[in-house]
Design a binder for this molecule. Structure first.
Ligand SMILES: *Cc1c(COP(=O)(O)O)cnc(C)c1O
Length: 403
């Protein structure tokens, strides 16, 4: 561990923890002093196949030596293949028949969705309704869509045409979409950054009905929940609904920066050449990583693993002293701490003990390990967490003492 001075060269947008990771393998990370950590954050639900996955690393190395980038002014053989693979997962194993725009990040995938919604809406029909507590990105438009007014303050005026309603409240949504200026609803299937907040069962189904009644788009931000993490390829599949637009990013390249906006074909058709673009989006290098990542996620039955290991992790967490409740789906879980326990302090203590996780909300720990995590690693991590919880309070813990 090194004391971290404010960086003289990096903008102070983050306050990084005092550790420098230099390598990783599977669920393990190693710092510059050779110390080993278990990574139960996975780069914020990015590294679903674990660190340094061989299939993805080989695909990147081979593509880097062959052709990295040509621009979207030409066809390349990889973006169409990746779009096809992604479309099959949106369709839960059989083609959904949609079309894809590739970006370099989650925020950009949502930007594409928002522009598409405006294009579909036409003049005077441009408002996107999102949910309070949501997170959709840091660009100005995605910040405006993000339902966290505190994050807006310093950056007003934000782009117009966004409004947020209580998450999980169908009535509030119904009222909000009554205006003829509304073109779409943009929601997370589970609010990840808010602290892994799961909406009431049937919410997405009800939202689908509301959107159908009003003839507006249902756009789901599955950037954190997508690609197997919650125990299905996409979290909306738990409710067997069909969204009009789906955005993904985080785990799509297992660490390679890549995002995508999928849309039903007739919705996507609103875009014509020149409406949207990206220099890097869809380039061969990022798409090679995406193809290898999806192939490996399918080969290991990532949703099945997330479901099984997630159930085991949830059960182990529930038995921990200091944990009031556990929520989430698959391997996107939150441990809600007993009142009085400081989640940030717990994450700092856990880090010192060799466990990486984070505190997305006060009193809430998020656990989003690689989907490849073993039950032995779960046992080890829960043991460490038990010690960390014990160290920040007088809470009696039955776990721990393994390190
Ligand atoms: C991380 C995240 C984003 C933003 O992705 P970036 O790649 O950081 O731009 C958007 N929506 C959700 C739900 C996310 O979890």
């Amino acid at each position: 561990m090194i004391p971290e001075p404010a960086s003289p060269t990096l903008m102070a947008t983050y306050a990084p923890a005092p550790v420098r990771f230099v390598s990783g393998r599977g669920t393990e990370l190693f710092d510059d002093e050779g110390r080993r950590y278990l990574d139960f954050l996975a780069g914020i639900a990015v590294v679903s196949l674990g660190h340094s996955n061989k299939r993805v690393a080989d695909a990147i190395a081979q593509q880097a030596a062959r052709l990295m980038h040509v621009s979207n002014l030409f066809h390349n053989e990889l973006n169409e293949r990746l779009a096809c693979d992604l479309d099959r997962l949106v369709g839960d194993g059989s083609a959904a028949g949609g079309q894809v725009f590739f970006s370099n990040s989650g925020a950009e995938a949502n930007e594409c969705a928002i522009k598409l919604a405006r294009r579909v809406g036409g003049p005077g029909r441009y408002v996107v309704i999102s949910a309070l507590g949501s997170f959709h990105g840091r660009t100005l438009a995605t910040l405006a869509a993000t339902g966290q007014p505190k994050k807006h303050e310093a950056f007003r005026p934000l782009p117009a045409g966004f409004s947020s309603v209580a998450y999980g409240d169908v009535g509030a949504l119904e009222n909000a979409v009554a205006s003829p200026s509304v073109t779409a609803v943009l929601l997370e299937a589970i609010e990840g950054e808010a602290g892994v907040v799961v909406p009431p069962e049937g919410y997405l189904k009800a939202v689908r009905r509301v959107c159908d009644e009003r003839g507006i788009l249902l756009m789901l931000d599955e950037i954190q929940t997508g690609l197997g993490r919650t125990g299905r390829w996409f979290a909306f599949q738990h409710e067997a609904i069909h969204p009009d637009v789906v955005t993904v990013a985080k785990s799509l390249g297992n660490g390679m920066p890549i995002g995508a906006c999928w849309a039903r074909r007739d919705v996507a058709a609103a875009f014509v050449a020149g409406d949207h673009g990206s220099t890097f989006g869809g380039q061969p290098l990022a798409c090679a990583a995406g193809i290898a990542t999806l192939a490996e996620l399918e080969a290991i039955d990532a949703p099945g693993r997330a479901k099984r290991t997630g159930a085991y992790l949830a059960q182990r967490l529930e038995a921990l002293g200091g944990v009031a409740s556990v929520r989430g789906k698959g391997l996107l879980l939150a441990a809600v701490l007993e009142p009085g326990l400081d989640a940030s302090e717990v994450t700092r203590s856990a880090l010192r003990l060799g466990l990486v996780l984070n505190a997305p909300a006060p009193g809430v720990l998020r656990l989003a390990p690689p989907l490849t995590v073993s039950t032995a690693e779960v046992d080890e991590a829960v043991g460490i967490l038990g010690v960390a919880l014990g160290s920040v309070s007088s809470v009696e813990t039955s776990e721990g003492g393994q390190r």
